[in-house]
Design a protein around this ligand. Structure first.
Ligand SMILES: Cc1cc2nc3c(=O)[nH]c(=O)nc-3n(C[C@H](O)[C@H](O)[C@H](O)COP(=O)(O)O)c2cc1C
Length: 337
């Protein structure tokens, strides 16, 4: 269905990639998705201003494991100066294969600062940022954006052309307007118009929850790659199912193994970050991991009998053993074989 995708010195052999999702796509979840076939991934969105201040939290957002490659350091900001400095910092870390500039995040606190999706209101500024960052770093530079802010502002083709003309190496486009957040269907036809208009590779995003969605997005739009966000949460097997159409859905045993591996990796990640923490706050790595894991667990168990009861007791689950005992109870209820 898709050919390897190349830009700069990056090759994504299987261009079905994990979308950046703040609060979800940390190194633990990325490694799970990579094991299930994701062709590439992005860090959670990281503030250019935060990088300037060199905060510990920012550093954690940018931490990367061997499994992650190829991976983009995904940054947001408003000013050309902040984005350039942040991009240089990300490049110097030496972990990243390319730098991705967020020009699509509709979250209020980001837009209020004139960053993320707000940049689509003044798309020439996107061009200024891309040009300056390209000049300042040697890694490939890409943009993740949407098909526009709202009907009152620049359209998808204007934005995409500005991104390409400024020298971006690739663009990933979410087929919804920022004013619509995640409401309504993603417009894959508009993604196709962008693909037709540009020479650089285009990755399409929005509304891929099943293997047939990915096939249909490519058929409708002709994009060079597919990006999956929410569809991968609780279902990292989606990547493998797209890659290997004959693959069967995961057994309950396989689901359990992945759930446990994901949770344990979150604990490890927190342990590493604790060792770097200053001060004596009450951060308990295992407890914090169980907290971060809750929205993932809710999705992993979607559709299974007994999930609702487990969800009611999530608050009491603060260690891996308790979570896994509860998961086993749910799985037993569904083990009909
Ligand atoms: C919880 C959540 C967090 C997100 N965080 C980011 C982000 O940090 N940067 C970004 O560019 N997009 C972010 N997005 C948007 C996704 O990358 C993606 O564009 C969107 O979810 C549409 O794709 P999907 O339909 O496959 O989920 C986020 C989406 C969700 C649901």
């Amino acid at each position: 269905m898709l050919k390897p995708l190349q830009f700069g010195n990056v090759t994504i052999d299987f261009p079905v990639v994990l979308a950046p999702m703040a609060g979800y796509t940390d190194a633990a979840f990325r490694s799970i998705c990579k094991e299930q076939g994701a062709g590439a991934c992005y860090t959670e969105v990281t503030s250019a201003e935060g990088i300037r201040r060199d905060s510990k939290k920012t550093f954690q957002l940018l931490s990367v494991s061997e499994m992650d490659h190829p991976i983009a350091g995904h940054i947001f900001g408003k000013s050309v100066e902040a984005m350039v400095e942040a991009a240089q910092y990300v490049e110097q870390l030496g972990f990243f294969d390319w730098i991705d500039l967020n020009c699509g995040c509709p979250v209020k606190k980001v837009v209020k600062r004139g960053a993320g999706a707000a940049l689509m209101k003044e798309p020439d500024e996107i061009g200024n940022i891309v040009r300056a960052v390209k000049k300042a770093v040697s890694l490939p530079v890409t943009v993740k954006t949407r098909i526009g802010f709202s009907p009152a502002f620049a359209d998808h083709l204007t934005i995409a052309k500005i991104v390409e003309d400024a020298g971006a190496d690739m663009i990933a486009v979410h087929g919804r307007l920022a004013c619509n957040f995640h409401k309504g269907d993603a417009d894959w036809e508009k993604l196709g118009e962008i693909k037709q208009a540009l020479k650089i590779p285009v990755i399409g995003n929005g509304g891929v929850f099943a293997p047939e969605d990915a096939t249909e997005m490519v058929r409708v739009s002709g994009v060079d790659g597919v990006m999956i966000g929410r569809g991968a949460v609780g279902n990292p097997w989606l990547f493998d199912q797209i890659k290997t159409p004959a693959s069967t859905p995961p057994t309950l045993g396989k689901r359990r193994d992945v759930i446990e591996a994901h949770l344990r990796r979150l604990v490890e990640l927190n342990e590493v970050s604790t060792s770097k923490r200053r001060g004596k706050n009450k951060f308990i790595p295992e407890e914090a991991a169980c907290l971060t894991f809750r929205p993932h667990l809710a999705q992993y168990l979607k559709g299974l009998r007994g999930r609702r009861e487990l969800m009611q007791h999530l608050n009491e689950m603060r260690d891996v053993q308790t979570v896994m005992d509860a998961v086993d109870k749910v799985l037993e209820k569904n083990n009909d074989g």
